[in-house]
Design a binder for this molecule. Structure first.
Ligand SMILES: Cc1cc2nc3c(=O)[nH]c(=O)nc-3n(C[C@H](O)[C@H](O)[C@H](O)COP(=O)(O)OP(=O)(O)OC[C@H]3O[C@@H](n4cnc5c(N)ncnc54)[C@H](O)[C@@H]3O)c2cc1C
Length: 398
């Protein structure tokens, strides 16, 4: 670890790895600090990602793909199953990753590009000069070292503290933090090539429950419910246990993963003087699905690119770094977050009867693909009254 870098990246998840890799590929000196002793562990994720989304960043490798998905199913509150098969998506559905290996591969690629990596190294405080971020104090093996940088990229995940220490409000309203629990289960009867989503206020209030296959008889079985619905006897774990007891009574749980997912709008501003905020730390998770791997990689790469441009021009002020903030908001990803935020807000208010109606009506349609956007368009088509309820948003999708 040197005492000065062009770019210092806090966090070695997908956002940090892509930021580090991109900065290094652009010829900058870059350091990724990760507070955990190992990259990728423990995993706090259901590990699902769309094939096309993943291919934008890395070629698939069987070493970190646990399962290849050719279908999906949504189970309505009344038990009706709506199936979506690969014919609708030209065989391009999704993967369930093995993030312990995947995250390492991403960081490995960053280090191959020239970035330094330090594990068990925690950014404990920013170094501030005249209101600008100029680096961070890094704790490693009981010692604290000052590491200076022209730009610090905060990629420290949903529990992010770094930007808060720099004076940015990163608070997530309780109702917009999904309380999640996941079991890695084995010895269970599943369709090894289909992801299954269960909906309903008795199953997962203001959220959903998922079964994502990890191989022949193993799966990530998890749930996310609104933080505001979580309480005594009604915690995410209680709902999950009820489901598991009924659906996989003989299954064995080999991993227990608690976690939180933000389903709020992104931060109002994701840059400050000398600082850029990426991935979950920027709250760019898809509010409808809770998926954030792609968005983390997308914002990480973009932050690396804009940091390189600004450092080259010798201007890392908030004004100059705003190029990053504007670019991701105007991107397909940024617009998708805004759209899906409205849809999530609509869906969580619906009673089970309405959710049943929506799922039943959509199942009768011959869909050409089953991307989230197509599904939403079809839901609106099948439920014309929704146009009134969703207002301008619905009109923009037609
Ligand atoms: C239960 C659950 C299921 C999910 N399922 C999916 C899914 O199926 N598909 C999907 O796309 N997304 C899913 N997500 C979301 C996904 O895991 C995140 O969006 C993604 O990991 C975000 O990447 P990131 O790099 O921003 O943050 P992270 O992957 O969280 O990485 C942040 C890193 O920063 C490190 N760090 C934090 N503070 C410091 C510090 N001070 N100093 C140094 N290092 C620090 C952390 O240790 C961590 O390794 C799920 C999340 C949960 C909780």
């Amino acid at each position: 670890m040197k005492s000065k870098y062009d770019v210092l990246i806090v966090g070695g998840g997908p956002a940090g790895a892509l930021a580090g890799r991109t900065a290094a590929e652009k010829g900058l000196s870059a350091l990724i600090v990760e507070k955990r002793p190992a990259i990728g562990a423990p995993v706090r994720c259901a590990e699902g990602i769309g094939k096309e989304a993943l291919h934008e960043f890395i070629d698939p490798d069987p070493r970190w793909i646990s399962a290849d998905m050719t279908g999906a199913a949504i189970v309505a509150p009344d038990g009706f199953v709506m199936r979506l098969d690969s014919a609708m998506a030209g065989g391009k559905v999704g993967y369930v990753l093995d993030r312990k290996i995947f995250d390492r591969e991403l960081v490995w690629k960053a280090s191959e590009a020239g970035a330094d990596v330090a594990v068990k190294s925690r950014a404990a405080a920013p170094i501030m000069e005249n209101g600008a971020v100029k680096g961070a104090k890094i704790e490693f093996a009981g010692k604290t070292t000052d590491v200076k940088a022209d730009v610090v990229i905060a990629a420290d995940g949903v529990e992010s503290k770094f930007s808060k220490w720099c004076g940015i409000d990163t608070t997530i309203p309780v109702r917009e933090i999904m309380s999640s629990v996941q079991y890695v289960m084995t010895d269970i009867d599943i369709d090894e090539h289909a992801t299954i989503f269960y909906m309903g206020n008795d199953v997962a209030p203001e959220g959903y429950l998922w079964v994502f296959p990890k191989g022949k008889r193993s799966a990530n079985v998890g749930i996310g419910i609104s933080g505001k619905k979580s309480g005594d006897g009604h915690r995410a774990k209680d709902y999950l246990d009820k489901f598991v007891k009924k659906t996989f009574p003989d299954g064995k749980t080999i991993e227990y993963i608690p976690g939180g997912v933000s389903v709020c709008r992104p931060l109002d501003c994701t840059v400050a003087d000398g600082l850029m905020i990426t991935g979950d730390a920027a709250r760019v998770v898809d509010p409808l699905t809770g998926g954030g791997i792609y968005n983390a990689m997308y914002t990480g790469r973009l932050a690396g690119e804009v940091a390189a441009e600004c450092i080259e021009k010798g201007d890392v002020s908030k004004k100059a770094l705003m190029k990053y903030d504007r670019a991701w908001r105007e991107s397909k990803m940024g617009k998708g977050i805004e759209r899906n935020y409205h849809i999530k807000e609509y869906l969580i208010k619906q009673p089970d009867t309405k959710l049943n109606d929506i799922i039943h009506s959509v199942s009768k349609i011959d869909m050409q693909d089953f991307s989230t956007i197509t599904l939403i368009k079809e839901i609106i088509k099948a439920n014309p009254k929704l146009v009134l309820e969703l207002g301008a948003l619905a009109a923009s999708l037609r």
